[in-house]
Design a protein around this ligand. Structure first.
Ligand code: EPU
Length: 345
């Protein structure tokens, strides 16, 4: 269906829609009222309607970074805007516009197949293209911010479509202007700038190990290696429900880091902003003995302590209960606070 046809149709709405298959934790939840957004032009009407009815609302992409309650009150906008086009190309780069509802990994695969290289380190990250810039998804030394040119969104405060340059998006580690202004912008399209020159980025420990005997991997080699590592460390959501990393890697002052390191010599950490150090939350949780542990229907993944899982039948309450146990123990052991990464709705 093209945009012109779509535009003439209002968004389809459904009462009490089950979302078990639209959240990667696989929680058995339902949305009081769901709107299926297939074209940007449908958004102003939906926003006007929910405002008139004084309903709370939120946007749901792939549901891969959210913790949903049993019932989602008010309106849920299911972001299904499709489409992918090469907008322009110059000597240095190609510019590709992608609809907010496109599956992230499908876009990464398409880019690789069409010789747009650079996104391969971000393969297999669950979720949609529209959700990806909100938390500035990143993996294996690359962040989506590195490749964004501009973003088109509906600004619900101004009730108008806006274009935000990369600078205006204020990207930082798992953070952006969108995340700082929750529920204000609805991302409809992301325009990527993919440089024509390409360099392998395999400095990240796990990747470096894969290429110990191959210092000149191709983008395809990296794509396959990233898929292999992720498939080992992160359970496939359709097999075991999860939302990727459940906690952010905490950033602490250097002095605190030095003190911790004296006591815990194998502490895993990365350099961060001047005067600061980023700790591997997975290591902290692992040291507390949580890896592979189960608490009722939820648990900590056996191959990666940073991933909390739903073994089936778990709820938001269960997962938050487990998260609290982990946060308390890590705080007692290391004096470090862990922040929950996915959005709690
Ligand atoms: N570690 C352990 N035990 C564990 C897990 C990790 O000791 O159970 C230690 C290991 O030494 C490991 C280190 O912690 O080398 C770091 O772990 P890992 O390499 O698995 O990466 P991470 O820092 O835990 C981050 C991102 C991931 C991203 C990977 C790869 C965050 C919160 N997480 O994980 O992002 O895929 O790096 O770049 O920044 C996500 O955000 O959902 C996500 C999966």
């Amino acid at each position: 269906m093209n945009r012109a046809q779509n535009a003439s149709q209002p968004a389809k709405s459904t009462l009490n829609l089950g979302l078990k298959h639209r959240n990667t934790f696989g929680f058995d939840v339902s949305a009081e009222l769901a709107y299926e957004i297939t074209a940007p032009e449908q958004i102003p009407g939906v926003i006007t309607e929910v405002a008139e009815r004084k309903m709370v609302w939120r946007v749901l992409g792939g549901g891969s970074n959210v913790i949903l309650p049993n019932v989602l009150p008010g309106a849920t906008l299911l972001m299904n805007i499709a489409g992918q086009e090469i907008i322009a190309t110059d000597k240095e780069a190609s510019f590709i516009g992608v609809g907010g509802g496109v599956n992230w990994h499908e876009f990464v695969t398409w880019a690789l197949e069409n010789h747009f290289h650079g996104l391969e380190n971000l393969a297999l990250i669950p979720g949609t293209v529209g959700a990806a810039p909100i938390q500035n998804i990143g993996a294996y030394g690359v962040e989506i911010a590195d490749y964004i040119d501009y973003i088109e969104a509906f600004d619900t405060m101004a009730h108008a479509f806006v274009t935000l340059s990369k600078e205006a998006c204020q990207f930082a580690y798992r953070d952006s202007y969108f995340k700082q202004n929750p529920n204000r912008f609805i991302v409809t399209k992301v325009v990527f700038r993919i440089p024509k020159t390409w360099q392998a980025r395999i400095h990240y420990a796990d990747l470096a190990q894969q290429f110990a005997n191959n210092p000149n991997p191709t983008p395809e080699d990296i794509f396959l290696a990233v898929c292999k590592i992720r498939m080992y460390k992160l359970p496939a959501p359709n097999v075991i429900g999860n939302a990727g990393s459940f906690f952010q890697n905490p950033v602490i002052p250097n002095e605190q880091y030095e003190t911790l390191l004296k006591k815990h010599t194998s502490l895993v950490s990365y350099p961060d902003a001047p005067g600061k150090r980023k700790l591997a939350a997975g290591w902290l949780i692992d040291q507390c003995g949580f890896k592979g542990q189960r608490m009722g229907d939820v648990g900590v993944y056996e191959n990666q302590a940073l991933v909390l899982v739903n073994h089936g039948g778990g709820t938001a309450q269960d997962i938050l209960g487990l998260a609290k146990c982990i946060q308390d123990k890590v705080h007692r052991e290391f004096g470090v606070s862990l922040e929950i990464e996915p959005n709690i709705l």
